[in-house]
Design a protein around this ligand. Structure first.
Ligand SMILES: C[S@@+](CC[C@H](N)C(=O)[O-])C[C@H]1O[C@@H](n2cnc3c(N)ncnc32)[C@H](O)[C@@H]1O
Length: 274
């Protein structure tokens, strides 16, 4: 009988570069094939593993909020209404944005790197990233026109308009149209709002914007299954499953994120397969 071997915590095979290895304490570096008992006959339908009912991955996309239908009037944007459409709202906008910078720095982001913030929204993470990166190194794209408008509003409010970071509308992950390659591609709370077809489209197109050695950082990635990145010639180098996989200062709870559901974990780092 053919068997799927899916590592621990609905996880995927983990390979870590030396730098990324530093993120997790040593005891988290081995990964147990906890789902090893799951048979081919049970997938992709639901399965029972260790007494727990597991929903099939293709039904597990968590489109809690549909950003495709969100429209905001210019007046509402001027009042900051867009912040209410992100987890944590206006109260935690700055803090949760700073977390994205701290996370990426932990994953090796340097000032001179080129970064593509896919689904950048109103620049919650974008503002700290723009301040950190050298001029011209940040690029943000989003499929929602109101949120792109909100991003431009935030740049003005932050006094960053002069830096001229490029924040533009991009539908359907049509990355080839950017005609540019990046060292980091960030998707913070984006693919979890997409359908499986949209995610498949993302994985098919993302090689178009990857520079040599580029890293793709995806948060809220509990929907990810090994086949998604593998089909695109990518491999997972790091999977941050729990807060204890991060250095204590990066514990998402310290940055106002809820623990468990609604929090940014798991966070995965993908690269071109060796
Ligand atoms: C929860 S918000 C996160 C925004 C930003 N990454 C942050 O952390 O503040 C999700 C964002 O993903 C964007 N988005 C969803 N699907 C997208 C797609 N197919 N292409 C580009 N952006 C998308 C939404 O418009 C929205 O701005």
């Amino acid at each position: 009988m053919q068997r799927f071997v899916i590592p621990a915590h609905a996880g995927i095979q983990l390979w870590r570069s030396n730098q990324e290895r530093a993120i997790a304490p040593p005891q988290r570096q081995g990964w147990i094939p906890a789902f090893a008992g799951m048979t081919a006959g049970e997938a992709p339908g639901s399965a029972t593993v260790k007494g727990k009912r597991i929903r099939p991955w293709h039904t597990r996309h968590t489109m809690g909020f549909d950003y495709r239908t969100l429209r905001l009037a210019a007046r509402a944007i001027r009042k900051g209404a867009h912040k209410a459409h992100l987890g944590g709202g206006a109260a935690h906008f700055a803090e949760r944005g700073e977390f994205q910078l701290a996370l990426l720095r932990q994953l090796g982001l340097e000032r001179g790197h080129r970064l593509l913030d896919v689904g950048c929204g109103p620049l919650r993470g974008g503002l700290p990233l723009i301040r950190f990166l050298a001029p011209g190194r940040y690029r943000g794209v989003d499929a929602n026109a109101s949120l792109v408008e909100a991003a431009h509003h935030e740049l003005g409010e932050a006094g960053l308009a002069d830096v001229r970071p490029r924040v533009t509308l991009l539908a359907d992950f049509e990355f080839a149209t950017l005609a540019e390659r990046f060292d980091f591609v960030l998707l913070f709370s984006v693919l979890n709002h997409c359908t499986p077809d949209e995610r498949a489209h993302f994985f098919a197109n993302v090689p178009d914007v990857m520079a040599d050695g580029a890293r793709i950082v995806v948060s809220h990635a509990d929907w990810l299954v090994p086949g998604d990145p593998t089909r695109a010639g990518l491999e997972c180098t790091t999977r941050i499953e729990r807060a204890s996989d991060l250095p204590p200062p990066l514990d998402p709870a310290r940055w106002s994120f809820p623990q468990g559901r609604g929090g940014p974990l798991p966070i995965v780092v993908l690269r071109a397969a060796a």
